[in-house]
Design a protein around this ligand. Structure first.
Ligand code: PNS
Length: 159
């Protein structure tokens, strides 16, 4: 069984993330969406809230599981018999951010490949940060996140 992990902050999950996860689920037998704490970011949603939002978003895919990631991604991958880390790339800036992590993870866990999927053009401008900014000003984010995520954002930004 070939298992891939899609790691990230998912604060919150967007249609861009879901496109990558769905494509990974067609390439691998099993996909784990691992919600990590990124110390470089101050999240809007708790890790438990993010996991719940991801769980509802991926419920229709039988081979996709959701987990809380803890510690090093490379160690998480080894412990969970993961063959590949799957990430989406929207731009050169994403590549510049992701490539050093891919190389570091490759040194820490040489048998775990990082696989980059090119973001589909229609999702290439969507980011959790922009979605939160638009939602914080009362803007419509229905085209960028599933309805339950939109509702959760509205609850966070209720005035
Ligand atoms: O969605 P993000 O915030 O860009 O995801 C970044 C994430 C969580 C995948 C990255 O910070 C990560 O892998 N964290 C786990 C800790 C770790 O392994 N750090 C070393 C990376 S080489």
């Amino acid at each position: 069984m070939r298992t891939a992990v899609c790691p990230g902050s998912f604060d919150p999950i967007t249609y861009g993330h879901l496109d990558v996860i769905g494509r990974a689920a067609r390439l691998f037998d099993r996909v784990i969406v691992a919600v990590f704490h990124n110390p470089g970011k101050q999240p809007l949603f708790t890790v438990e809230e993010r996991v719940e939002l991801v769980r509802e978003a991926v419920a229709e895919w039988p081979n996709v599981a959701v987990d809380i990631g803890d510690g090093l991604l490379a160690r998480y991958a080894l412990l969970n018999e993961v063959r590949a880390v799957v990430k989406g790339l929207r731009s050169g800036a994403d590549f510049d951010y992701e490539a050093p992590m891919a190389h570091m993870n490759g040194r820490l866990a040489p048998d775990v490949e990082t696989v980059f999927l090119a973001a589909r053009p229609e999702f290439s401008f969507i980011s959790s940060s922009l979605v939160k900014e638009v939602a914080s000003h009362g803007g419509d984010v229905g085209a960028f996140v599933p309805p339950h995520v939109e509702a959760a954002l509205k609850r966070k930004f209720v005035r």
